[in-house]
Design a protein around this ligand. Structure first.
Ligand SMILES: O=P(O)(O)O[C@H]1O[C@H](CO)[C@@H](O)[C@H]1O
Ligand SMILES: O=c1cc[nH]c(=O)[nH]1
Length: 299
């Protein structure tokens, strides 16, 4: 690693010290199995995204980028797939799926953070690599989040604790953001844009679409909403950024959200490009993050 800092994962939960054994119910990993847990000790990057299939491909791609040499017949040095989530580890990179939305994501992140602490991981970076709708940004562009707003246009991830609303700030590490932005090369066929991300709990009304199963507003309301987002310096919309940035900040892990635009919401409701083009757009974010990881690993 380029940095010599030594920043162990230390979770702010004193109750974890008093558990006899612990089982990551949704990841299906027993934390008292030291053989499994020790496999994660070298993790430096956790890359997350919506689907299992995408995370498997991502791990294979990043494995090639960092010259990962698998042992035996497996392509990964650890992997799991269950009804909820999937994970694929290639050396210091662990790729995990999170499903759609912050409730699904937050369950996965709690368990992932516990795994990282149990494995005594140090200097971990978490990066969500996803897809998003752009606000005045053309498909294929990569947006790196400089913050995340949620409903009410506030920079908080809102969840609950003991029946009370809990608002966690969505803090961003600008050094990481700038370093990721710096990984774009002049020959790349895509642009990289920094901007705030609007994080919603719903794909349809939440993102101001007119084509959900119900809709209580007009086209003019939709236009005003999207314009308001643009004026607030929001450049993309997706569904997990706020929880990624807030939860990682809460436990002291550096995090970023890097998403490829698949539709410009000022032009269309849904993506209109071919599947091949959409796949190519998704790869733009992956290329950028792959370069960042290589650079940080001094490869
Ligand atoms: O890029 P992925 O992880 O699929 O996520 C985006 O796509 C889903 C909606 O189609 C939401 O989860 C949104 O955040
Ligand atoms: O418009 C979009 C595209 C991808 N993901 C979203 O959440 N919204």
């Amino acid at each position: 690693m380029a940095s010599t800092s030594h920043h162990p994962v230390m979770l702010p939960n004193k109750h974890l010290d008093h558990l006899d054994s612990d089982y990551l119910f949704h990841l299906d990993i027993p934390l008292n199995d030291s053989e499994i847990v020790s496999k994660f000790h070298n993790v430096k990057f956790v890359c997350i995204g919506g689907t299992a299939n995408r995370m498997e491909k991502l791990a294979l791609h990043l494995g090639q980028e960092i010259n990962f040499q698998p042992t035996g017949n497996s392509r990964f040095d650890y992997s799991f797939t269950n009804e909820r989530y999937s994970g694929f580890k290639v050396g210091p990179v662990f790729c995990v799926s999170h499903g759609i939305g912050t409730p699904s994501l937050s369950v996965m992140l709690h368990e992932l953070f516990k795994l990282l602490q149990k494995a005594s991981c140090c200097d971990v970076t978490l990066i969500r690599i996803g897809t998003c709708g752009g606000i005045g940004i053309s498909p294929g562009t990569v947006v790196i989040s400089t913050g995340a707003l949620t409903s009410g246009f506030e920079p908080f991830y809102t969840t609950s604790s003991l029946g009370k609303t809990l608002k966690l700030p969505t803090s961003v590490d600008m050094n990481l953001v700038n370093s990721l932005q710096g990984c774009r090369r002049d020959e790349d066929g895509f642009q990289v844009v920094l901007g705030k991300t609007y994080c919603t709990e719903d794909f349809y009304q939440g993102q101001g679409r007119l084509d959900g199963s119900f809709c209580d507003y007009s086209k003019a309301d939709q236009d005003a909403f999207l314009r308001k987002l643009y004026d607030l310096e929001v450049r993309n919309i997706e569904m997990e950024s706020a929880a990624v940035l807030a939860m990682a900040h809460k436990v002291g892990i550096r995090a970023a959200v890097v998403c490829s635009v698949i539709v410009d919401r000022l032009q269309a409701e849904l993506p209109t490009e071919s599947r091949d083009n959409l796949q190519a757009f998704q790869n733009n974010a992956i290329v950028l993050v792959g370069r960042h990881i290589r650079q940080r690993l001094n490869l």
